[in-house]
Design a protein around this ligand. Structure first.
Ligand SMILES: Nc1ncnc2c1ncn2[C@@H]1O[C@H](COP(=O)(O)OP(=O)(O)OP(=O)(O)O)[C@@H](O)[C@H]1O
Ligand SMILES: [Mg+2]
Length: 255
């Protein structure tokens, strides 16, 4: 039984096949890159796996259970969680409040409970765990600052903190270093390594930045026009003729 397995997954929007017959197997503890030119279907793949869209056909299995077709909150509760290509945070909440609230988004307690009942035992636990996650990702200096006032790099780290707050076993990161400067990228790369190495969380990484992909990924899956074009070790993929052709005219593959 694989940890995570996708079989013949397809998703169409009207006549457009955004994902077509994708097969994918990921082992526990792996960092898997999912790359491909703009419009290749990477975000759609994340949307289908995480339950934001139902697949048109095919299945997704996590730890031996079929998760395709379940709601996104159910899938998140089972441990499969994604971040968004654009930051999805509460700008008028502090960093700490954002992470505490994120702990409730997939939990049974209501959002109101999260915000107004900080004094019960469960809330004390949530607050403690939120602080651990903030420390783990080096955001402790920013803890009491409003999310709106953070740098772009810190906002993206906060997005990862909010995903970690739901205690995922499989974390899907959609372009985590997009728009970052090289210093911010290096910090994010370290965070992703630590999330896998220290916390044992399996990672699916969609990313255009090839340096980041090459630094992080154990294996890479390439999508093109919604289909799987190639799969292999980073050094195989970067020299793969079909992959280079798919990227011709695009500048992303230049590592
Ligand atoms: N909700 C939707 N409705 C209709 N078409 C969609 C929808 N979501 C995605 N698409 C289309 O599906 C195709 C794949 O898009 P997707 O966003 O998955 O690509 P991507 O690989 O993530 O691209 P990028 O690298 O630019 O983020 C595109 O042609 C896109 O226009
Ligand atoms: Mg995308």
């Amino acid at each position: 039984m694989s940890f995570f397995s996708v079989k013949k997954l397809s998703k169409s929007f009207g006549g457009l096949q955004a994902n077509h017959m994708i097969d994918l197997e990921v082992e526990k503890g792996e960092i898997r890159g999912v790359i491909g030119p703009n419009g290749a279907g990477k975000t759609t793949f994340f949307n289908v796996v995480s339950g934001f869209y139902a697949p048109s056909s095919g299945t997704v299995e996590f730890k031996g259970q079929v998760i395709s077709g379940l709601s996104s909150s159910k899938i998140a509760k089972m441990g499969v969680v994604r971040t968004f290509q654009r930051p999805a945070l509460f700008p008028d909440f502090t960093v700490l409040e954002n992470v505490v609230v994120a702990r409730h988004l997939n939990a049974d307690a209501s959002l109101m409970n999260a915000i107004f009942r900080h004094n019960n035992k469960a809330e004390a636990g949530n607050l403690k765990r939120a602080k651990e996650i903030i420390d783990f990702l080096g955001l402790e200096q920013e803890q009491d600052n409003l999310a709106a006032n953070l740098s772009h790099g810190h906002q993206r780290v906060l997005g990862v903190a909010m995903a970690l707050a739901t205690e995922p076993e499989l974390l899907m990161l959609d372009e985590p270093v997009a728009g970052m400067n090289s210093g911010e990228k290096a910090i994010m790369v370290d965070h992703v390594k630590k999330i896998r190495d220290d916390w044992g969380i399996t990672i699916l990484l969609v990313e255009h930045d090839m340096k980041t992909v090459m630094n992080l990924c154990d294996k890479i899956t390439v999508l093109d026009f919604g289909e799987k074009l190639a799969e292999g070790l980073p050094e195989e993929i970067i020299h793969n003729k079909k992959v280079i052709e798919a990227y011709l005219g695009a500048d992303e593959i230049v590592a």
